[in-house]
Design a protein around this ligand. Structure first.
Ligand code: HEM
Length: 366
């Protein structure tokens, strides 16, 4: 690494562990599980406690670019190569609302059969997951603040769909350009996102991860004309109960989507590029997003019954399915380790499903 690099070098000391962190994580895990159980009781089936509703499950290929400079040629992106990838598009709530209750969007990506040392505890797995939303900041700076938000959210589980719809419509009217409203909604303000085409969105990991010798956030943005023309494009969410699924399905019925895979490196400046404050936007004028790979999805059936059931029920995404070179960083990321594992374990048991960690697209039904 050149001595003059402005980038934050990765070392264990970039993270600062809060003294009572373990207790907060236990409470977060319990609250998430309580949400999952409440929903399972309602539906007689367990879903993800957040991002329950999927709208598209897409097979893709990730291609790492050639000739990246040293600071970008790190971890998964160290060498040119092509990998199978799976994309799950979702919306924020833990309940199966009609799509006219608009809400922030999620995108989980599993890059399969990657090379390199994986994090401890997932030995034998070879996936690199990126679990993203359509924003670049989290609603809470740290796990303690998020715990208090999620407890408020838990109280809204009994609010009727009608009220949630009314709130989302009002929010759209007052702020048509909402970016990230309430990721994992802190309150009812969390419903109400712009009624735009989901494939026009840009997504990021929001929180940082190790980027080999450095630290970065990772993002996915529309790259080809077909996706770019959907950015900000209004859609009619009242068209059907599952309007978002229908839009994604119509697109992939005939079109190819290409996303830029982008990286924003942290600079060695703790104030502007904090690791432990997940609600802070890293300034793009100081460290711009830079493209390191492309993700391409050819025309396909993006929501067959078999594919939806397999991925929603048996496949789990988590930032902790990762290479050591992309270790999730910061309190919010650390808090996700047990929370995702417990939720996925509970869902598998409750629904009597075997968990599968796919290693190739051949395992994903068409
Ligand atoms: C950087 C902040 C975060 C982002 C971008 C994010 C995004 C997402 C997305 C997109 C999903 C759906 C994944 C899928 O498609 O399978 C998800 C699920 C989930 N999230 Fe988060 N999340 C964040 C923070 C958190 C935190 C702080 C917690 C709790 C400590 C949490 C708990 C969960 C749980 C339990 C699931 C469901 C896992 C499953 O059952 O498969 N998330 N999140």
């Amino acid at each position: 690494m050149p001595l003059t690099t402005p980038y934050l070098p990765y070392s264990a000391s970039v993270e600062v562990i809060a003294p009572d962190e373990a207790q907060t994580f236990t409470q977060l895990g319990e609250t998430m599980l309580a949400i999952t159980r409440t929903m399972a009781d309602r539906y007689r089936h367990a879903y993800r406690p957040v991002h329950a509703k999927s709208h598209g499950v897409v097979k893709a290929q990730l291609e790492v670019m050639q000739g990246l400079p040293e600071e970008l040629a790190q971890g998964l992106f160290a060498k040119p190569g092509t990998y199978d990838a799976l994309m799950r598009f979702s919306t924020n709530p833990g309940d199966m609302l009609a799509d006219n209750v608009s809400s922030p969007r999620g995108l989980a990506i599993k890059v399969m059969d990657v090379n390199g040392r994986t994090l401890p505890g997932i030995d034998g797995h070879t996936s690199q997951d990126f679990v993203c939303v359509n924003g670049d900041v989290f609603t809470a700076p740290d796990p303690k603040a998020f715990l208090s938000q999620i407890k408020t959210f838990q109280k809204t589980l009994t609010v009727s769909e009608g009220v949630k719809h009314a709130v989302s419509v009002a929010a759209r009217a007052t702020n048509a350009a909402i970016g990230v409203v309430g990721l994992h909604s802190a309150s009812l303000e969390g419903v109400g996102a712009a009624a735009t085409h989901p494939l026009g969105e840009s997504f990021t990991t929001v929180s940082p991860l190790r980027y080999g010798d450095y630290v970065a956030k990772i993002g996915f943005a529309p790259s080809n004309a077909a996706l770019r023309e959907l950015t900000g494009k209004s859609i009619d969410l009242d068209e059907s109960y599952n309007a978002l699924r229908d839009k994604i399905r119509a697109f992939f019925g005939e079109s190819t989507g290409v996303w830029d895979v982008k990286v924003q490196l942290a600079l060695a400046d703790e104030k502007n590029f904090p690791i432990e404050k997940a609600d802070t936007r890293w300034p793009e004028d100081e460290s711009p997003w830079r493209v390191v790979a492309r993700l391409t999805a050819l025309p396909q059936e993006s929501y067959s019954d078999a594919r939806q059931t397999f991925v929603d029920e048996q496949v789990g995404f988590t930032p902790w399915h990762a290479l050591e070179a992309h270790r999730p960083l910061g309190g919010i990321m650390r808090s996700r380790k047990a929370a995702y594992e417990e939720a996925q374990k509970y869902r598998a048991q409750r629904n009597a499903r075997e968990r599968v960690e796919p290693v190739s697209l051949a395992q994903i039904p068409d």
